[in-house]
Design a binder for this molecule. Structure first.
Ligand code: F6P
Length: 328
């Protein structure tokens, strides 16, 4: 039997915020690890909204069988902006107390971790598991869902490149990432884009046209522009600008949207999610609270949630220089 030296007997777990491929793998690891420690485990349906409406359900080993390969989250998720209010937090806490929950695992992004921190301040032990395709969570090299989202974007780029090269067209592909350019950067490098636009490195419409024009001058038969949704330039404005300034080449636009949030998690994400879910329960039974488990190189390491929510993780601009260098 695995030793539990903190007297925790019953935990709850939720998936919160934007769903991410791999959340189910993390949930499975949390439940199975907790059961190995002879803990009771409750799943919270629909994140903080469900906690507020007392949607808790006891989970057993079989309840998380056959989900490691599933995208989305079997517990479902929701966004609840009003959870920033202490009164709402106290109502939610009362439901945890009603079910005699000793500790909570929150699988989600920045906003979800803020909610976990708030419950810690009210006296509930919590551990966070980073899950967001944006990879904008400080304290971990990678969040759950990022690798799968990158592969989804690359699949789209490769398919678009087939038709772009057949028609000598320029294609603008818009990626998600909210205010972070990580997804666009990784897609730009791995997808071989001619132009990659990210929030961390603003450019003008004139500069975009110059770069694309230059690609054709260098003899390319097509061009791919990756535009991060938070880049500061609207995708449709780029398309209109290029069309209106006798650009000389046909241009089309593909907005990937929520396709990037779906799909069966990659092997990397399944492994990461499993390690993080297991690590979260290890932290709780060892008496740690108000920490997030993250990937530090090859190790799983717990970092204070206060540091996570008060630090920005922005895209590495060295990658940006690499894209520029190789898009010749
Ligand atoms: O945070 C993940 C994310 O997919 C962002 O990249 C995107 O901007 C946002 O969620 C979309 O939010 P919603 O699913 O609520 O429309």
């Amino acid at each position: 039997m695995t030793e539990n030296n903190d007297g925790i007997k019953r935990i709850a777990v939720m998936t919160s915020g934007g769903d991410a491929p791999g959340m189910n793998a993390a949930l499975r690891a949390v439940v199975r690890t907790a059961l190995a420690y002879q803990l009771d485990v409750f799943g919270i349906h629909q994140a903080y909204y469900g906690l507020l409406h007392d949607r808790l359900e006891r989970l057993g080993a079989r309840d998380v069988g056959g989900i490691i390969q599933k995208g989305g989250t079997v517990l479902q998720t929701a966004r609840l902006p009003e959870f920033s209010q202490v009164e709402v937090q106290k109502e939610a806490l009362a439901n945890l107390r009603k079910h005699e929950i000793d500790a909570l695992v929150v699988i989600g992004g920045d906003g979800s971790l803020r909610g976990a921190h708030a419950l810690h301040l009210l006296g509930m032990p919590v551990v966070g598991v980073p899950a967001s395709i944006d990879n904008d969570i400080w304290g971990t090299n990678m969040a759950i869902g990022v690798d799968t989202a990158i592969n989804t974007i690359l699949d789209a780029i490769d398919k678009v490149r087939d038709t772009a090269s057949s028609h000598q067209r320029t294609f603008l592909i818009e990626t998600m990432g909210r205010d972070n350019g990580y997804l666009a950067l990784m897609a730009g490098i791995s997808g071989g884009a001619e132009v990659t636009l990210i929030p961390e490195h603003p450019v003008t419409l004139e500069e975009v046209q110059r770069r694309v024009q230059h690609a054709y001058v260098r003899g390319k038969s097509h061009a791919i522009i990756i535009n991060a949704e938070g880049s500061g330039i609207k995708s449709e404005d780029i398309v209109h600008y290029l069309k209106d300034h006798n650009f000389g080449y046909d241009i089309r636009m593909t907005i990937l949207g929520h396709v990037q949030r779906g799909g069966s998690p990659s092997g990397f994400d399944r492994l990461l999610a499993t390690r993080l879910g297991h690590g979260a329960v290890e932290c709780l039974v060892n008496g740690q609270t108000d920490v997030m488990v993250g990937l530090d190189g090859r190790r799983i390491r717990a970092v204070p949630i206060d540091d996570v929510i008060n630090n920005e993780r922005s895209a590495n601009l060295q990658y940006y220089a690499l894209i520029e260098l190789l898009a010749r």
